[in-house]
Design a protein around this ligand. Structure first.
Ligand SMILES: Nc1ncnc2c1ncn2[C@@H]1O[C@H](COP(=O)(O)OP(=O)(O)OP(=O)(O)O)[C@@H](O)[C@H]1O
Ligand SMILES: [Mg+2]
Length: 262
């Protein structure tokens, strides 16, 4: 695997800080024809700075809905949502866009890369919208690509990259604005088991640097990497547990393959 050794990388998850996300009685109701569809039903959820959270639950249980609200991609029907102490409901459209651009990185199942654009340009793209635009955009993008192990793939377009490498480009793109929070909705859903493990190692390392990570997944093996597992059902939180995260340090019994890097 191409990821460079990082001797200074912290070996432990960070201590938890004050709440980064604080949702109170948060609801999302979609109007479909004559019907109201309650996608999220008065959930209350706090996520501390530095946490690594896996969100689980059956299809249609509200996982993507809650991610879209936390990421300020959508607005709640009712309830309160604080991001880093700021009431998202009180922000203007411009302030919401700035919050998204500056503080939150998004990663999706289907990578969402531009077909004919090099890895380096993809990662530089979010900086085009930054105000003020950093003078060293290219160096910032290079550093993030190196961080995810793609220092030798900067000029490759998506079809010249494997699925796991494409997802790492997407992660580098999510990182380039130095976000506090990464929201990843089924980031390994399109990847095989071994590649999924590599992607989770990247998230683990980012979390150790202090970035808060929220990952939606259907796969129990993926949820094991998190320090907390929150389960949704029918728009409610039905379970919320802390766990000792799997760190990739040793093979797990029951089928998770050994780590690719020590
Ligand atoms: N834009 C929309 N308009 C109407 N209903 C919606 C909309 N988006 C989601 N829903 C409904 O809200 C509910 C929750 O959807 P959501 O996408 O959050 O589920 P999910 O847990 O992410 O499921 P999956 O695991 O399949 O991705 C579902 O019943 C869905 O049909
Ligand atoms: Mg979903």
């Amino acid at each position: 695997m191409e990821r460079p050794a990082e001797p200074d990388m912290p070996r432990e998850a960070p201590a938890l800080g004050p709440p980064l996300i604080s949702a109170r009685e948060l609801s999302k109701v979609y109007r479909v024809g004559e019907q109201d569809l309650v996608a999220l039903d008065r959930i209350t959820l706090e996520i501390a700075a530095g946490d690594f959270v896996a969100i689980m639950g059956p299809s249609g249980s509200g996982k993507s809905t809650v991610m879209n609200l936390i990421g300020a991609l959508d607005v709640p029907t009712s309830g309160q949502l604080l991001f880093d102490g700021r009431d998202i409901g009180a922000l203007s459209v411009d302030e919401l866009a700035e919050l998204r651009n500056r503080s939150i990185g998004f990663v999706f199942q289907q990578f969402n890369l531009l077909a004919r654009t090099s890895a380096l340009e993809q990662v530089m793209l979010p900086l085009l919208y930054a105000h003020p635009r950093p003078a060293d955009s290219e160096a910032m993008a290079r550093r993030r690509l190196e961080q995810v192990g793609l220092g030798n793939r900067m000029d490759h377009t998506p079809r010249q990259l494997s699925g796991g490498q494409q997802q790492r480009v997407a992660i580098a793109r999510a990182l380039v604005n130095n976000p506090k929070l990464i929201l990843a909705d089924e980031p390994t859903g399109a990847l095989d088991t071994r590649t999924s493990e590599e992607i989770m190692q990247v998230f683990r390392d980012l979390n150790r640097e202090g970035i808060t990570i929220v990952v939606v997944t259907h796969e129990p093996e993926i949820a094991l990497w998190a320090g907390r597992r929150v389960t949704f059902r029918d728009g409610h939180i039905v379970d919320d547990i802390r766990q000792t995260p799997y760190t990739g340090a040793a093979p797990l019994e029951g089928g998770v393959p050994p780590p690719v890097t020590p």
